[in-house]
Unconditional design. Structure first.
Length: 313
């Protein structure tokens, strides 16, 4: 396998393209080559390795065992090459750099406004692109190198070899209802009494779903009574302020509504206090530009535990 050292990055990129597209024509188009030239590149790679890297079927090309081995190393080398080019550019030009990052629903509602104000105030020359979504979509975008990093609840984020996950802190959460909600008339409320009104929530982590099933007396295979699942916190708040829907949310995201008395936390002794584990996720081996380091440090320092606020007079 020492012959791999003679294979240039361009040819490694062709191997990755064919593995992803599984079709010579589509892969050639992806790397801006004619199909004959692309086929010659793959054949040259196989000649250098001394083994077939792809099985050519009538419909698609699939990596052989040797192809999978080369593919894993190729992806790693290409990633390192992109990182090197990026880091050298930043070092040479002393650039702050533009930034693209992602945030989950809760940090979008609680941490993002402060960060964007700080960026626009202290670093007005940079350009920033923000994606608000759940952790699953953000992981995909991070691996596609569309994002520099993202901050979200990290409990369900896979601890794979290519991801660096940094826990920053925890935020508490619970169930809330509008002022005057029928559930507030009960002297001793149980979680089971909540179910008929339906829950509104972001996509809950698996561990939180398990806690809520237990409190509601549901079996592990039963679905939670989630009537509205949405990653837009302001929209969830509006629905719960104007209906009897019960909102599952972080305390910090509802600070203003609780302070004015619009939303009230439910006292549910049989439902454990929920916590979100906020963290920053990035690709291993990726050096952050100065502006990204500023953003990561800002977000990490801003994640503080919070409890429910008492309604104002």
């Amino acid at each position: 396998m020492h012959l791999i050292a003679t294979m240039d990055l361009r040819r490694l990129a062709h191997i990755v393209a064919l593995a992803e597209e599984r079709h010579f024509g589509r892969a050639a188009e992806k790397v801006h080559l004619s199909q004959p030239a692309f086929s010659r590149s793959i054949q040259s790679a196989e000649s250098e390795v001394g083994l077939p890297l792809f099985d050519r079927g009538p419909i698609e090309a699939t990596p052989t065992a040797a192809g999978l081995l080369v593919l894993e190393r190729a992806r790693r080398l290409l990633f390192e090459s992109r990182c090197l080019q990026r880091d050298v550019t930043l070092f040479r030009e002393q650039k702050l750099g533009d930034m693209a990052f992602g945030v989950g629903p809760f940090p979008a509602a609680t941490l993002l406004p402060g960060l964007l104000v700080a960026l626009r105030t202290r670093l007005p020359a940079i350009r920033t692109r923000v994606m608000v979504n759940n952790w699953g979509v953000l992981v995909e975008q991070l691996r596609a190198e569309e994002l520099d990093f993202f901050v979200a609840d990290i409990r369900d984020v896979p601890r794979d070899g290519d991801l660096e996950v940094r826990l920053c802190g925890r935020q508490t959460g619970r169930l809330y209802v509008r002022r005057g909600h029928p559930l507030l008339q009960h002297q001793r409320l149980t979680a089971a009494q909540v179910a008929p009104y339906g829950l509104a929530s972001v996509r809950l982590p698996v561990s939180v779903q398990a806690q809520m099933r237990l409190a509601l007396g549901l079996e592990p295979q039963d679905r939670l009574p989630v009537a509205l699942e949405c990653d837009d916190i302001p929209l969830l708040k509006q629905v719960c302020l104007e209906s009897d829907t019960v909102l599952a949310c972080s305390d910090e995201a509802l600070r203003a509504e609780v302070a004015t008395g619009g939303l009230v936390p439910l006292d549910l002794p049989d439902l454990p206090t929920m916590q979100s584990e906020m963290g920053v996720v990035s690709l291993k081996g990726r050096t952050h530009a100065p502006v990204a380091r500023f953003a990561v440090d800002f977000l990490a320092s801003a994640v503080l535990p919070s409890g429910p606020q008492q309604p104002g007079p």
